[in-house]
Design a protein around this ligand. Structure first.
Ligand code: B1M
Length: 210
């Protein structure tokens, strides 16, 4: 079995120790960190999502898998964030109120830092007001909102409304599995990212850095 497949199975099985060790071994033998992420970690989480939906596995299994994903992601992080460079301004980032999914949001934060942005990560379950208060206090150029549930996507609309009402010179970008470009424009967001790399491109464009 190839190593990417093995890694995705370690993640899906919730085996954090093997997932982290295998990710380190792959990087050590010259694998591309983006390929390890996409073909190993994200593939593993997608398999978990499918099995959970089909009721073949249950919430504790999903939680174990997300811990394995995070352990392997910690190994990849320095390589994914290797861009560095001059600070390009601040992005306030968080997962919206009612939503505890933070793996994708964390990945967006890693890639933004790698692209040279200062990221103020508000965490998960973040009320809309908090995004706007933080953007004001931190002088942010962009607010990034993540949502993984169809029931929490609507909170993003409130973030956009409050940001506009506050009259701040801040752009709002949204993303997460159920979010689409059409949804983003329907709620008046300035941008939409379908994955972490695309989110960085959109932030660069909105902040005038591209
Ligand atoms: Co939950 N969950 N979960 N879950 N979970 C989903 C999202 C679900 C699709 C599973 C399924 O049914 N197939 C489903 C949502 C259905 C829906 O609303 N349509 C679901 C459900 C139902 C639930 C609960 C309600 C289950 C329950 O309690 N009965 C519950 C809700 C809790 C809550 O939030 N209030 C729940 C709980 C959990 C765990 C806590 C166990 C765990 C989260 C752990 C954690 O995040 N720390 C979990 C997980 C792990 C998942 C799945 C399996 C994987 C999500 C993930 O991490 N993917 C997920 C199924 C799936 O998505 N395949 C599922 C990997 C990650 C890298 O991808 O987050 O999509 P993603 O991020 C991507 C892009 O979306 C994008 O870039 C990232 C990198 O490419 N992106 C952005 C994300 N944010 C962005 C922001 C941007 C731009 C791009 O700009 C700012």
């Amino acid at each position: 079995m190839d190593k990417l497949k093995r890694l995705s199975e370690c993640v899906a099985a919730g085996d954090a120790e093997s997932a982290a060790a295998l990710a380190a071994e792959m990087l050590g033998s010259g694998a591309d960190p983006q390929e390890v992420l996409d073909g190993g970690l994200i593939a593993g989480m997608n398999a978990v999502g499918g099995r959970f939906k089909a009721r073949e596995i249950f919430l504790p299994d999903v939680l174990m898998a997300s811990k394995a994903m995070q352990a392997a992601l910690a190994v990849l992080q320095p390589r994914l964030a290797a861009g560095g460079g001059t600070p390009r301004g601040t992005v306030v980032l968080g997962t919206v109120r009612g939503d505890l999914h933070d793996i994708g949001k964390n990945l967006v934060g890693i890639m933004l830092r790698g692209a040279g942005y200062r990221v103020v990560d508000l965490g998960k379950d973040v009320p809309p007001e908090r995004f706007v208060e933080a953007a004001r206090a931190e002088g942010a150029r962009v607010i990034g909102c993540s949502a993984l549930l169809t029931t929490t996507m609507g909170v993003m609309r409130r973030v956009v409304e409050l940001a506009r009402a506050a009259g701040l010179p801040v752009k709002v970008i949204v993303g997460g599995a159920p979010v689409t470009a059409d949804f983003a424009s329907a709620i008046g967001a300035d941008g939409y990212g379908y994955d972490a790399g695309h989110a960085v491109e959109r932030v660069e464009a909105l902040a005038g850095d591209r």
